[in-house]
Design a binder for this molecule. Structure first.
Ligand code: FAD
Length: 435
């Protein structure tokens, strides 16, 4: 077998320093991306830009919004609006990424999202919510919608309902209880000819709903034989359409920078041009958005975990107890190592899954769920360990750790409770060929 070493190693990636030329006590200082292989010029540049954005814009604004009431977060003088302006200036719309090759996109997108998560979890979710309506229009190639709703609009994704949280993310009914029935949906789109009439409401958890200009709505469809909750409709709804209204922004423990609230529909009448996926495509549309959203969550919460780890790492070098920086104490060094290990594993999985899902013919939903569960669980565990390293200081609002812990706790319920996702992913893996 002939092996051309030039083909195996990206140019410039190998140091070629033989061990006998290493320092006598070899040691490697890893940067922000950990034990990462060579990045392309574009990836390095984007990471640098996004890191600066996360540090100078997202962190300070996220910290400010965290202390404000939910109503004040969306008030006219809130820094929330400055974040959106600065985010728009970064030009990170789905259209920009879709112009890259699947390979480039699959490598670059997670790098961008991890940096954003490092800046602020809740503000990163705003970016995700804004990107979903244009992404759906582009991926399902709906020309009318692509032109009707420019990428710059504020967006939201409304799928869960007051009576259907986990249920609404289980359209294939894989995780449904044998004795259960779905019951009445809280929101129904009645489709007759070329008209759709929407009635009902979505849950108080719709991210970015209080300010959104366009909503990607998933709900039951009635095409003439009653509301079908398994074969519903996915459509883009202008939030200023007659009959659309919103609830008050929700007060919650974490991700307080992210405004959330109900969306109400009172005889909202739209043309079928607004439909992204009708009943025949509904399960495909749920599968796509769920795979995409869970992979995004994996990256964002890996970034939050990295932020908590880095803060604890720095603090452990500064804080002295027993006459030495606390990192000299074995238990602290060991705790930090396990935090580092978890961040590295979570990042590797998130990036691997994004790369697979962007390049495969059909994304692997179970892999996106694995990465989402790992990323959010890692963020929660690492933030909790970081708080332990900060000792009493970690419990106070003088330090940023308690916020990271609150933000991370919410992520384990967001985009599907981790317990439910694990059941669904397990069922998804069943191979009928092996029975
Ligand atoms: C920060 C955040 C952001 C969110 N953003 C959005 C958004 O943008 N758009 C949107 O539509 N929704 C959004 N949600 C809603 C989110 O998707 C739901 O909260 C989630 O799906 C769980 O639904 P639920 O809260 O109604 O809990 P429930 O479904 O009532 O679940 C309660 C408990 O029962 C368990 N359970 C339920 N069903 C099963 C089952 N079949 N098997 C085993 N256990 C089960 C759950 O795991 C959970 O522990 C967001 C939520 C959060 C916290």
């Amino acid at each position: 077998m002939h092996v051309d070493s030039e083909m195996l190693v990206p140019s410039g990636a190998r140091q070629d320093v033989p061990p006998f030329n290493w320092p006598s006590a070899p040691k490697v200082k890893l940067g922000a991306t950990g034990a990462d292989s060579e990045m392309s010029d574009l990836e390095r540049e984007m990471q640098k830009n996004l890191h600066a954005f996360a540090e100078k814009v997202m962190r300070p604004i996220g910290a400010q919004l965290d202390r404000m009431s939910a109503e004040d977060v969306v008030a006219a003088d809130s820094p929330y609006w400055r974040y959106l302006d600065e985010l728009r200036a970064m030009e990170l719309s789905p259209r920009v990424f879709l112009e890259l090759s699947p390979l480039e996109r699959g490598r670059l997108f997670p790098i961008v999202l991890v940096e954003m998560g490092w800046g602020d979890g809740g503000l990163s979710i705003i970016y995700g919510a804004c990107s979903l309506p244009p992404l759906m229009a582009l991926v399902f190639n709906r020309r009318f919608l692509i032109e009707r709703f420019p990428d710059s609009l504020r967006g939201c994704w409304a799928i869960t309902e007051p009576d259907h949280g986990s249920d609404s993310l289980d359209v294939s009914r894989q995780a449904f209880h044998a004795m259960g029935s779905y019951g009445r949906p809280n929101c129904v789109a009645t489709i007759r000819g070329d008209k759709v009439v929407i009635n009902g409401q979505k849950s108080a958890w719709v991210s970015n709903a209080p300010t959104a200009e366009v909503c990607v709505l998933y709900c039951a469809a009635d095409t003439g034989s009653g509301a079908d909750t398994a074969n519903g409709v996915c459509m883009l709804v202008p939030m200023d359409a007659p009959g659309v209204s919103r609830g008050r922004p929700l007060e919650k423990i974490g991700q307080r920078a992210l405004p959330q609230g109900e969306v109400y529909f009172d005889n909202v009448e739209l043309n079928t041009d607004y439909v992204v996926a009708g009943p025949e495509d509904f399960q495909r549309a749920v599968y796509f958005i769920h795979s995409e959203a869970n992979a995004q969550m994996a990256c964002i919460w890996t970034g939050v975990a990295r932020a908590a780890y880095e803060m604890a790492f720095e603090y452990a070098h500064q804080r002295k107890q027993g006459g030495v920086p606390i990192i000299r104490h074995q238990a602290v060094a060991s705790r930090l190592f396990h935090m580092y290990r978890k961040v590295e594993a979570s990042r590797a999985l998130a990036r691997r899954v994004c790369l697979y899902n962007h390049t495969a013919a059909i994304p692997a939903l179970q892999s996106a769920m694995a990465a989402k569960i790992t990323g959010t669980q890692t963020a929660f565990e690492v933030a909790s360990e970081a708080l332990q390293i900060f000792g009493g200081n970690g419990l106070t609002r003088e330090y940023p750790i308690e916020k990271l812990l609150r933000d991370a706790r919410a992520s384990m319920i967001e985009d599907g409770c981790n317990d439910l996702l694990a059941i669904k992913a397990g069922f998804n893996m069943i191979d009928p060929d092996l029975f």
